[in-house]
Design a binder for this molecule. Structure first.
Ligand SMILES: [Zn+2]
Length: 93
């Protein structure tokens, strides 16, 4: 099933998984997931990647490194809030 909903859904998966969506957007997202297996799978994939990323972020090499990483991630987020940087990283390979 591919619909406008799916397209919207895919564009917002990263924001959904990371908790950037508003309550209303989240609700609509969930409703779509309940009726769409494909998007549910996409969300699961994104969730796994996010978990891996979170795992990396937890590893503290040094305080300074941590601050730099957080700053970089925040800057990245502000520049392009709807697209994850690691997705672009994978896409460029
Ligand atoms: Zn869908």
């Amino acid at each position: 099933m591919t619909s406008v909903d799916c397209k919207l859904c895919r564009e917002n998966i990263h924001s959904y998984v990371r908790g950037y969506l508003s309550l209303e957007e989240r609700q609509r997202f969930k409703e779509h997931l309940e009726s769409c297996l494909e998007c549910r799978r996409e969300v699961e994939q994104e969730q796994k990647l996010t978990d891996i990323m979170n795992g990396w972020e937890v590893v503290k090499v040094s305080k300074a490194f941590d601050v730099n990483l957080t700053t970089r991630l925040t800057e990245e987020k502000n520049r392009c809030p709807k697209q994850s940087w690691f997705k672009r990283f994978f896409a460029s390979n």
